[in-house]
Ligand binder design. Structure first.
Ligand code: FMN
Length: 184
């Protein structure tokens, strides 16, 4: 591992802000696997904490907007925790994506999704958006089923087989985050 890669900062972004959401459990699971690797600084980034105004409806001076952009600026790569809402990503995640521009550019991302079909449709929508934001999304994409990886759709109990896939996704995010850092 090079020193450059050791210093990489990867944000695990929780895509849902709904009361009763399960995304913090999924984010913690990914962070635990990531921290065991010890190959980068991984942190949970919770959109809900930034109280972002709906794009265009605020003054643009809301402190959360500046803090959100500063947080993204400080990161070299991302892992998006994506949940499927009406076959797409949440409105909260789309608003958070729209609420920054340069801070996303020339960085890498992995996608972790869940839903009745593993959140696949939402994840594919996110890939299209990331292209416009100059975020390079990696191929390996862990997907979790609401039916088999959760108890009562609310307690996250992922099957063991997912761990290898999560590590393979993180390998790619780390490699591309390091490579793209040289462009910025
Ligand atoms: C408004 C809404 C729409 C949803 N639409 C879908 C859907 O199209 N496909 C799907 O698999 N799950 C759908 N779900 C189920 C969510 O994926 C599930 O509730 C999941 O737990 C949401 O993530 P969260 O708990 O982190 O908010 C929907 C849930 C909500 C609240």
């Amino acid at each position: 591992m090079t020193n450059e890669n050791k210093e990489l900062k990867i944000g695990i972004i929780l895509g849902s802000t709904r009361q009763g959401r399960v995304s913090p459990q999924v984010g913690e699971y990914i962070k635990q696997i990531a921290d065991e690797r010890g190959d980068a600084a991984y942190e949970i980034v919770d959109i809900a904490e930034y109280k972002l105004p709906f794009l265009g409806e605020g003054t643009g001076e809301e402190p959360g907007l500046a803090t959100w952009n500063a947080k993204l600026d400080s990161l070299d790569g991302f892992v998006f925790i994506v949940q499927e809402y009406n076959h797409s990503i949440t409105g909260a995640l789309k608003n958070a994506l729209d609420s920054a521009r340069e801070a996303w550019n020339n960085k890498a991302a992995g996608i972790v999704s869940y839903g009745s079909t593993g959140g696949a449709r939402a994840a594919e929508h996110l890939r299209g958006i990331l292209g416009e934001l100059l975020v390079a999304d990696v191929r390996v994409h862990p997907t979790f089923s609401l039916f088999t990886d959760f108890e009562n759709f609310s307690v996250f109990k992922p099957a063991d087989l997912h761990k290898d896939n999560v590590n393979a996704m993180l390998d790619q995010v780390k490699a591309w985050s390091g490579a793209l850092k040289t462009l910025r």
